[in-house]
Design a protein around this ligand. Structure first.
Ligand code: SF4
Length: 375
């Protein structure tokens, strides 16, 4: 597609090719663009001899969610997180559970003017412990996410990325250095699945997961959406779990969540709860300490247990915390074992609420401050 009204600040990580095209080097798709073309993600585009960011500073909306909804079960449990996304995506998942945003093409999907300082200020003033880059993949709004993350860090607000992890090594270093926690989608454990259903590559996602675990201070959890007949066999769940155990050890939490028919996969049934419970059992029996189910009501697999004595430490019902038996510094009160994760001494009390936030008020207040006008 060629357009002549592409606008936005110049992005990073691109190069001019000898054949005259400009290559985006944010994700391994390496879109090669002629003048006026957009990349597959739709939001990075060529204008002149550069890649520009057509959605910088605008968002599809803000909501305060429980951190458990990301899902992150070992990162400041019970606390509220200001969540936002933009539009577009660098993967093409046929089962996308969020396609109204990830596949948005019209920029009118981006209602909120959202400067980085205003987002950080909104998080601070609404009592959020962190900001989540979610709803669509933050890899494609890399520069915007990093600017927001810097403004958050300056205010003591933490940063959380929800991502498919399909990003090239150089931007990856910067991106995860700015994040305090991440949930990476491990969508399946075959290249065939990634190629057919997402037009991406498993090997590069696994590289990112290993990188985050081994080379950064960013807290890591993984989610696999189990889709009936596509990635839910016992053999595949076993291979995936064995890889996690072998490459990451037993302490990286693994979430198996339920698919519902959506986007271009309307012909499949929802994932039966038994499939998720069986997958969690496989991963646990192999030795992964913290395995959870998502999108179903099953408190036993919402609960965090001590990997040493088996005591229930954090009991949950959907996104609400029901019981808390963690001692100071995240230790089991029964046997003293340290539980992997980032824990306050007390749980947060946000509960399961979801509260939309209008950013305009914060953006106006920041503009007045900048211009020296009274508020
Ligand atoms: S980030 Fe977007 S434009 Fe860049 S390579 Fe990936 S899909 Fe293409």
């Amino acid at each position: 597609m060629t357009e002549d009204h592409i606008e936005g600040p110049i992005g990073r990580y691109w190069q001019r090719l000898e054949d005259g095209r400009v290559q985006c080097d944010i994700c391994p798709r390496e879109c090669r663009l002629n003048e006026g073309q957009r990349g597959l993600c739709f939001v990075r585009a060529r204008r002149g001899d550069a890649i520009v960011l057509t959605t910088y500073g605008r968002s599809s909306g803000f909501c305060i969610d429980p951190i458990e909804k990301k899902p992150l079960n070992h990162f400041l449990p019970g606390t509220p997180v200001l969540s936002f996304g933009t539009a577009g995506c660098n993967l093409t998942c046929k089962f996308c559970q969020n396609h109204d945003m990830s596949k948005a093409r019209a920029m009118d999907a981006l209602m909120d003017r959202a400067p980085p300082e205003a987002i950080a200020e909104a998080a601070l003033r609404t009592g959020c412990r962190s900001v989540a880059y979610t709803y669509n993949d933050p890899v494609i709004f890399f520069e915007y996410a990093l600017d927001v993350a810097e403004a958050c860090r300056a205010r003591g607000v933490k940063n959380v990325a929800v991502t498919a992890g399909w990003i090239k090594p150089a931007p990856r270093r910067e991106f995860f250095a700015a994040m305090d926690a991440t949930n990476i989608d491990l969508k399946a454990f075959t290249e065939d699945f990634y190629r057919r259903l997402c037009t991406a590559r498993l090997s590069e996602v696994l590289e990112t997961i290993e990188y985050v675990h081994a080379e950064t201070d960013c807290w890591l959890e993984l989610t696999t959406l189990l889709i009936p007949g596509h990635n839910d066999s016992e053999a595949e769940v076993t291979r995936l779990s064995e890889w996690v155990l072998d490459r990451l050890g037993p302490d990286v939490p693994l979430h198996f969540s339920a698919f519902h028919p959506d986007f271009r996969m309307l012909d499949l049934p929802r994932t039966p709860p038994e499939t998720l419970i069986r997958a969690a059992g496989i991963a646990r029996n192999l030795g992964i300490h913290h395995v959870y189910t998502g999108n179903i009501h099953h408190p036993p697999t919402d609960t965090t247990y001590c990997p040493c004595c088996g005591s229930p430490l954090i009991e949950r019902d959907w996104y609400s915390l029901k019981a808390w038996a963690l001692g100071q510094g995240g230790h089991c009160r029964q046997c003293g074992t340290a539980i992997a994760g980032i824990f306050d001494d007390r749980p947060g009390n946000w509960g399961a609420k979801r509260r939309p936030v209008k950013l305009a008020a914060f953006a106006d207040a920041m503009a007045r401050k900048t211009e020296g006008r009274p508020s």
